[in-house]
Every structure is written in C-alpha cells, then in structure tokens.
Design a protein. Structure first.
Length: 184
C-alpha cells in the first residue's frame, strides 16, 4: 500500500483553520483556508493566487460552494481582496499549481486516495466474502431441508405404507402362533 508523504509539521497551522458556516440553517464547522495562506505556504505572490482562482474552470455551483470572495486589511490599512475556500476548493486550486510543494501535495493526495481505495476494496472483499458464506450456508440448509422433505414424502408414500402392510401381514401370521402356544 502506498504511504502518503508527510507535509511539514506546520502544514495545518500554516494553511488550515476551522471556521463555522451556516448552511440551510445548520451550523457546520469545516476546515477552510484563505488565498493569503495559500500564497504564503506555496511561496507565491498573492496576486498570482488571486488570478489563478479567477481563472479556475469550475462550475458556478462548485465555485459558490467552495470559494468566497472577501477582504482583508493590508499593512497600510487598505482593504484588499482575498478568497476563503473550503478543503475541496483548496484541492481544486492546488491541482493547478506547479512547483515542488504543489507536487508534494499532489503526490500525498494521490497516496491518500490510493490508501482509501485499498481500504474500501478490502472492506468490499470482506463484505463479499461474508455474503458468499451466508449464501453458501443458506443453500446448504435449503438443500438439507429439500432432502428431508423428499425423504419425508418417500417415507409417507412408499416406506410407511409398505412397512405398515408388512407389519400387519406379519402380525396376522403371528396371531395363530400365539394362540396355539397359549393352548398348549
């Protein structure tokens, strides 16, 4: 199984924050990041990250769910544009980046995906194996019940009447002998 590459220990501290969002009147906490943090971590100019975000070729629906244009106050006290993004938005953006850190992220993402895929396959194989065992057990029990039913029918139609007839015949033959021995 592929082992995921490890990001530097401060990866989460540098990029990820937990924010609260309200969606359909449900309060949900989710991991988010900002275009500023992405620029800093991947050593890019913030304006280049903003351009990359504007040029992403994703649907309006995806964009609306995963990117939010907002502002921050720069060191000169001026408001500047910034994007907040979800994990999915972040991954979508990073997949368009080049460079060593972006490549490391992509490899780790692929390795994690492979690991997840292997886990799902192993779970599916376990479920399939258990299902096959249950089917086999059912079929064996069904076969045994069918055999018992056939034997019961055979007993009721042939063996029992024949045995009862034979016992009655033998009993008739024994009756005179029993009375003869009592008379002696």
């Amino acid at each position: 199984m592929n082992k995921p590459l490890n990001f530097p220990p401060k990866f989460q501290e540098q990029l990820i924050e937990i924010s609260s969002r309200f969606h359909n009147s449900d309060h949900q906490a989710e991991a988010t990041t900002t275009s500023l943090k992405v620029a800093k971590y991947f050593q890019r100019n913030h304006r280049d990250v903003l351009r990359a975000l504007r040029e992403l070729e994703c649907s309006a629906d995806f964009s609306g769910r995963n990117f939010a244009l907002t502002e921050y106050i720069d060191t000169q006290g001026k408001p500047r544009p910034m994007y907040e993004m979800t994990k999915n938005g972040f991954v979508f953006l990073i997949m368009s980046f080049t460079g060593k850190q972006a490549a490391m992220f992509k490899e780790s993402y692929i390795a994690a995906f492979d690991e997840m895929s292997d886990f799902i396959k192993s779970q599916n194989l376990t479920l399939i194996s258990e299902f096959n065992k249950a089917v086999l057990q059912y079929e064996r029990a069904s076969d045994a019940a069918s055999e018992a039913g056939r034997n019961l029918v055979l007993f009721g139609r042939k063996i029992k009447p024949h045995a009862a007839e034979k016992m009655a015949e033998l009993e008739r033959q024994l009756q005179p002998l029993l009375f003869d021995e009592e008379d002696k």
